[in-house]
Design a binder for this molecule. Sequence first.
Ligand code: GDP
Ligand code: MN
Length: 443
Amino acid sequence: MLFKGAASLTGRLVTASRTVSRAGALPQQKRFLSLHEYRSAAILQEYGVPVPGGEAATTPEEAEKVAKELGKEDMVIKAQVLAGGRGKGTFDNGLKGGVKLISSPVEAKIYAEQMLGHKLITKQTGAAGKLCTAVYVVEREFVRREAYLAILLDRTTRGPVIVASSQGGMDIETVAKETPDAIFSTPIDIHTGVTDEIATKVAEALGFSAAATKEAAETVKKLYKVFQEKDATQVEINPLSETIDRRVLAMDAKLGFDDNASFRQPEVWGWRDTTQEDADEIEAAKYGLNFIKLDGNIGCLVNGAGLAMATMDIIKLNGGEPANFLDCGGGATAEAIRQAFGILLREPKVTAIFVNIFGGIVRCDNIAKGLIATTQEMNITVPIVARLQGTNVEEAQRLINNSGLKIFSFTDLDEAAQKVCQLSKVVSLAREIDVNVSFELPL
Ligand code: GDP
Ligand code: MN
């Protein structure tokens, strides 16, 4: 997310051997800023990592100009979208491939016209695709070998890990699944860093020719420096190539950065491209809501990340699927509830809303008031199940029950979860066969 895609790809790679024992997979807290390839390449270059010469463009004319200035016969034009698998992606206008080999400036212009302003759909973007806001025109390189190299943070060793494979260029998840032996990984002690010995071992795992191994080892060290100094959570080079003249080259780069370090990395954060992020998630962050979209249809509003996870688990246990993770934290105020409902209801797939709030710092009766006001104000057509527990819960129940609104109120989590799963199924079915259903309160 990594952006979700990249973070989960590499995350899964490292944690592939561990199983998730909870009822549902936990959503990753979103804490990675991702940069476009051309921005990442600029950072690599700053650290002396060899990258192909090139320049980004945001208009077809600019792309043509950049290609002219490169003055090469063989070039590549690459769609800049924050998702992997661009090469094998398809644009919403039918153009196949987000990475195209070209031999003239006019081709750069033609492809740029078809890429810019269009959405590229790859296996990491979902059906909606990602908007292409820039193209990167680079010199084409002739390669002998394509390897894979990544530096990530690993939970098991609680530190950086370097992952290398001679099987680069392609989908590394497939390599991990089908030929796990082709993947070499080594934890790095943050106090000693990447020693010559480790760098050489990693370089050997890349499978380059002997003549390129020394440069590969140096590149590994430089990449680790980038990882460390830029507060990265991920540095993924796929492919890291050996050219026919035995140079080492980072031909694609995906860098992710720790959100908590944003104050230390103003330049990196200045390169953020919010067109690549989910508009609703950005909107939610403005109101202090921690919101992540998921695939299901039960909209959840919860306070506290732990309770949010427990809520998702219990929904899954009852056969439902959460539509999102929404933690309004300590600020479960009436205003936060209103904003949260607005965000939840913007998603047409939501067939029921589950409010699960523990009144500790915030009082249940205040939450109930916010809930009632919001329900009255918005024209909510999906059933709402509220499970409030904690301070002033009796008063909260009384307010909800006397409101005359169709809010199903519970204090028990199991019962509430069962109810919301059942209601969401009924609404989904009703929508499928296109009938209206009305819900009777359990009283
Ligand atoms: P991705 O599909 O999003 O990972 O985009 P990449 O930048 O990795 O490009 C996809 C593939 O295109 C790479 O894995 C390479 O095989 C190929 N490719 C990109 N640029 C060049 C180049 O300059 N020369 C050669 N030979 N292949 C390239
Ligand atoms: Mn790639």
